[in-house]
Design a protein around this ligand. Structure first.
Ligand SMILES: [Zn+2]
Length: 408
């Protein structure tokens, strides 16, 4: 048993507790959270800084970790995809495995306790099966040609079965099959994914409005993404412009039977936010969706700066009462896998978001999205959320010098 105290305890489930004391069992289970008392706690470890729950990274591509430092920055989405695809065959299985192992160790060091991780293949499965870190795997599908939908979906089902076969008492390997992005999935493939999703309690996820070209493609069938598709000789006959932006085109094609995560949202307007939240609510009232399932918005600021050099308007998300989560995306488009580094990027570009809100995005909301909130996301009796110490933090504001130390 340990007693741990710091200047402030951000439990996230309550107001911050100055000099609070968290008592934990040997396995990290919270036995008690109490306010500072006059009674001597000589056996308590005292830290300078803020203690918060372990971080939840809701969007990562562990299998791309070997791309660290390999892709040029600020080349836009089409430049990014082109370079990634051209370099993808140039790595050995050993380099890919080493990248995955090192990336996982980096996330653990940075106080991340659970990850929503995208998989297009099985290269990360053996690492996930070691049970070092808690994962929910989003097995991702993409293909624009309807004739390929059954085959692509069949491959995803096989990957799902392979991952489940590696499950053990020390590694729970939950997964769901998800569409990659509005512009890479045929309507038929969307329908197969939605049908499968409706049978399972696990969350859905899709990349959304990551570049301006994405909406232009849907609105008018033109722009940089359309031109990139043409250069790649993609048959665009199955990809008619809808006159609606990518979110409004795609949202009706997604299952609402479980939590849904929209990732990036860099070009999502306040009106889009309100519209999508209304759509989600109305599918509850019409009985199409269980009341508990919710819409979450993941932001990956460092990846957005890396690729498009643009960030979402966070104040619009706050005004719309959007449930935000944090993602690191992959090391192909980021210099680190650190939720704290993502919070630093938000604070340095759009200062003024209260620390409680930022930490809620980084902990509780992600745990709820992934269905892990029985154990993770808040410091409460009976949970085992991990404890992070944030130091070099002044006036409850994250700055470039703020550091994270994983205590538990
Ligand atoms: Zn991604």
């Amino acid at each position: 048993m340990r007693k741990i105290s710091a200047d402030l305890i951000y439990t996230i489930s309550s107001d911050p507790i100055p000099n609070g004391i968290v008592t934990i069992d040997d396995d990290g289970t919270i036995l008690d959270v109490s306010p500072a008392s006059n009674e001597e706690h000589s056996d308590a470890e005292y830290y300078t800084g803020i203690i918060c729950p372990g971080f939840i990274n809701t969007h990562c591509h562990l299998e791309l970790s070997h791309f660290r430092g390999q892709i040029a920055e600020k080349a836009g989405m089409t430049g990014f995809i082109k370079e990634l695809l051209s370099k993808r065959p140039g790595f050995s299985a050993e380099e890919i495995s080493r990248g995955i192992e090192e990336a996982e160790a980096e996330m653990i060091r940075n106080g991340i306790v659970a990850v929503g991780d995208i998989s297009n293949d099985n290269s990360s499965f053996s690492q996930k099966a070691k049970g070092n870190l808690c994962y929910h795997t989003f097995i991702e599908v993409f293909d624009l040609h309807p004739s390929q939908a059954e085959k692509v979906f069949g491959n995803a089902l096989a990957l799902k079965a392979e991952l489940k076969s590696l499950e053990s008492t020390h590694a729970s390997l939950s997964c769901s099959i998800v569409p990659h992005a509005p512009y890479t999935v045929s309507e038929k493939l969307f329908a197969l994914v939605a049908e499968e999703a409706a049978k399972s309690p696990f969350p859905q996820s899709i990349h959304n409005q990551e570049s301006a070209g994405e909406s232009e493609l849907f609105l008018s069938g033109s722009g940089p993404m359309f031109e990139a598709f043409q250069r790649m000789n993609v048959d665009m006959q199955f990809f008619p412009a809808t006159g609606l932006n990518s979110l409004r085109t795609t949202f009706p094609r997604l299952s609402k039977q479980q939590n849904l995560l929209l990732v990036h949202n860099t070009f999502t307007s306040f009106e889009d936010l309100q519209w999508a939240q209304e759509q989600m609510k109305s599918s509850i009232t019409s009985g199409l969706q269980p009341p508990a399932s919710q819409l979450y918005w993941c932001t990956c600021p460092n990846a957005n700066l890396y690729i498009e050099d643009k960030l979402p308007d966070y104040h619009a998300f706050i005004r719309a009462h959007a449930k935000m989560t944090i993602g690191t995306d992959s090391l192909a488009s980021n210099h680190s896998l650190s939720v704290l580094d993502e919070l630093k990027a938000i604070e340095s570009h759009q200062p003024g978001i209260p620390l409680k809100a930022l930490l809620t995005w980084a902990t509780k909301n992600g745990a709820e999205l992934l269905g892990l909130d029985k154990n993770l996301g808040t410091i409460e009796k009976g949970k085992k959320p991990g404890l992070n110490l944030l130091s070099n933090i002044e006036k409850e504001t994250i700055s470039a010098g703020t550091q994270v130390l994983k205590l538990i």
